[in-house]
Design a protein around this ligand. Structure first.
Ligand SMILES: Nc1ncnc2c1ncn2[C@@H]1O[C@H](COP(=O)(O)OP(=O)(O)OP(=O)(O)O)[C@@H](O)[C@H]1O
Length: 219
């Protein structure tokens, strides 16, 4: 599903922040991406979301060489990906419910078909009583959960989560991990970037460890 071959990335004229990265991610697999702060996890997640292009090497996603994708192809490919960014990227003029429902609206679903699913998921992530408020009044942890709900509501083929439990307590972190595991069970390929060793220890999955831009894989 995803293949990196000798991928390198630099920002502008700066040093390479990712170096000689090669790996494969099979459809339906689950992996953690970890490593110290500044090791390049977010940069790698941005490459996977096609928000950046590599400065060298080859990335293939869903059978496409990403360097050959035009800007107009990107939305179609991205629609197959659910993404949880560290800065949440919620739309402030929509309610929490509307933010979570947005990916379904974008693909043309009728509200009557998804309303119950969205409400149920909001309850699951502990936002049942926050669904009609707008993001500016949510706490950091609540925003994070809203962005998680928005990323998983479409049951995407690929889920990319950058520090998805960074703002929640350990009990809620376990609950959110269960949500990702359930999605994985239903067929989604999952990549979770995290510093949280306690979280990783709860699920026996492959670990990609980045250190100073280089990657080691522990199966
Ligand atoms: N937009 C940018 N422009 C220039 N350098 C950047 C940019 N984004 C990240 N970097 C640099 O790339 C390197 C890797 O950063 P990245 O955010 O990918 O690491 P990380 O492992 O996600 O860190 P953290 O765990 O602290 O979020 C760092 O040296 C960082 O300073």
């Amino acid at each position: 599903m995803i293949r990196f071959e000798n991928v390198g990335l630099r920002y502008g004229m700066g040093p390479e922040v990712l170096r000689d990265i090669s790996f494969r991610i099979d459809a339906g697999s689950f992996q953690f991406l970890t490593g110290p702060s500044g090791a390049g996890k977010t940069s790698l997640m941005r490459l996977l979301f096609l928000a950046l292009k590599p400065t060298r090497g080859l990335i293939t996603m869903f059978g496409h060489d990403v360097s050959r994708l035009s800007r107009s192809d990107l939305p179609t490919v991205r629609r197959r990906i659910g993404v949880i960014f560290q800065d949440f990227r919620l739309l402030d003029h929509l309610t929490t419910y509307e933010n979570v429902a947005l990916p379904l609206r974008v693909i043309g679903k009728a509200e009557s078909d998804y309303r119950t699913d969205v409400v149920e998921l909001l309850h699951w992530v502990g936002l049942g009583d926050r669904m009609h408020v707008h993001p500016p009044v949510l706490s950091g942890g609540e925003k994070q959960r809203a962005s998680i709900a928005r990323a998983v509501i479409t049951q995407p083929e690929l889920l990319l989560a950058d520090e998805p439990t960074g703002n929640v307590d350990p009990t809620l972190a376990r609950r959110l991990l269960r949500l990702f595991m359930e999605l994985h069970r239903l067929g989604t390929t999952v990549v979770i970037a995290t510093h949280d060793i306690g979280l990783m220890d709860q699920y026996d999955a492959r670990r990609f460890v980045l250190n100073e831009g280089r990657m080691h894989i522990y199966d």
